[in-house]
Design a protein around this ligand. Structure first.
Ligand code: ZN
Length: 302
C-alpha cells in the first residue's frame, strides 16, 4: 500500500477514441487504471477527474500529472495556453485545456503529444533503449514523428509536424493526388491509412503480394527517414503504427533510405542494410501510457 507521503503519478494517454488513465508509482508500477471513451471535453473530463479522485482516495494523493495527447496541442511550458488544444477539427476540443480538469489537484502537469509519449515509452522500455537521440515515427491514420534527446522530446515553438514534409512524388508512377486537406500529396497525404484505402481500396497489409505498391509506399517513407538522419542524426529510427506493419515494408524503407543517403553519412550506427538502425517498436499498446507516466516523472522533477 502506497504510503500517505509517497509520490503518485497521474498519467493520461489521450487518444481520439479513448483515454487511458493510470495512477502509478514513480517506478512505473500502475496501481489503478481506467479506459474512458473520448467524447467532448464536457462529457469525458468529469469522468477523468472522478477516476483520479477515487484512485487517490484509495492509494494516496496524486503528486504530479503526465499527459500524452492527440493534437494539435500547445506543449510549450512557457506558453500561457500550455496544454490547450489548438486547431483540432475534433468537435468541442478546440480551446479545451487539460489544466481545466487537472488543475483542481494543485500539482505540476506536463503535457506532450501522443507521438512524443510513445517515443518516450519506446526509449524507456522498448526499441529505443540506449539511444541518446531517438526518432519515433507512427504511420497510421496520420503520420507523426517525435524526436527525443536523452528521453525528452524536442520541439520548437510547437511540436514537430514532420508527417507533412513533401517526399519526391513521381506523378507518372503514382498519379494519386493525396488526401491531406492542407497539402494534398505531403507524406501523410500519400502514405497514411486513409490515403492507401482511397488509392487502392484496401489497407497496405492486404497488398503484401503486390511488391510494387509496397515499394512505392516504402520509398516515400524512406524520404522522411533520410531527412531525419540528415536533420537530427538520431542513434536509431523506429517506425510504428498500423501501416508500418505491412509485411516487407520496413525492408523497403531500409534499402531505400540507404540509397537516398548514398554513403554520405558514415557512422557505425548506420549498420550495413540498416537492420539495427531502422526498427519496429518493442512495446505493444502500452508505449503511450508508459510515456505518459514518464512525463509525470518529469512533472515531479525526477
Ligand atoms: Zn499535409
Amino acid at each position: 500500500m502506497q504510503g500517505q507521503h509517497g509520490a503518485l503519478i497521474g498519467a493520461i494517454e489521450a487518444g481520439g477514441t479513448k483515454f487511458i488513465c493510470a495512477l502509478a508509482k514513480p517506478d512505473g508500477t500502475i496501481v489503478a487504471r481506467a479506459r474512458i471513451d473520448t467524447r467532448t471535453p464536457a462529457e469525458c473530463f468529469p469522468d477523468v477527474a472522478a477516476f483520479f479522485r477515487e484512485a487517490a482516495a484509495t492509494h494516496g494523493p496524486v503528486t504530479g500529472f503526465g499527459v500524452a495527447s492527440f493534437g494539435p496541442i500547445d506543449i510549450d511550458p512557457a506558453s500561457p495556453a500550455y496544454g490547450t488544444f489548438t486547431t483540432t477539427p475534433k468537435p468541442g476540443w478546440q480551446g479545451a485545456r487539460f489544466h481545466d480538469v487537472l488543475g483542481a489537484f494543485g500539482v505540476p502537469i506536463v503535457v506532450d503529444t501522443d507521438v512524443n509519449g510513445a517515443a518516450i515509452g519506446e526509449w524507456l522500455h522498448g526499441a529505443g533503449q540506449g539511444a541518446r537521440t531517438l526518432a519515433y515515427t507512427t504511420i497510421g491514420t496520420g503520420v507523426g514523428t517525435g524526436v527525443l534527446r536523452d528521453g525528452r522530446s524536442l520541439m520548437g515553438f510547437s511540436h514537430y509536424e514532420m508527417g507533412h514534409i513533401h517526399p519526391t512524388h513521381d506523378h507518372a508512377a503514382d498519379p494519386f493526388a493525396g488526401v491531406c486537406p492542407y497539402h494534398g500529396d505531403c507524406l501523410e497525404g500519400l502514405v497514411a491509412g486513409p490515403a492507401i484505402i482511397k488509392r487502392w481500396g484496401t489497407s497496405l497489409d492486404q497488398l503484401a503480394g503486390d511488391p510494387a505498391k509496397i515499394e512505392l509506399i516504402g520509398g516515400y517513407i524512406a524520404d522522411l527517414a533520410a531527412d531525419l538522419v540528415l536533420m537530427h542524426m538520431p542513434d536509431r529510427l523506429i517506425f510504428g503504427g498500423g501501416v508500418s506493419k505491412a509485411p516487407g515494408l520496413i525492408d523497403v524503407v531500409r534499402r531505400r533510405t540507404a540509397a537516398r543517403l548514398n554513403g554520405y553519412v558514415c557512422n557505425p550506427r548506420l549498420d550495413p542494410g540498416l537492420q539495427s538502425y531502422i526498427v519496429t517498436p518493442g512495446l505493444g499498446d502500452d508505449a503511450g501510457i508508459t510515456g505518459a507516466i514518464q512525463l509525470g516523472r518529469q512533472a515531479l522533477g525526477l
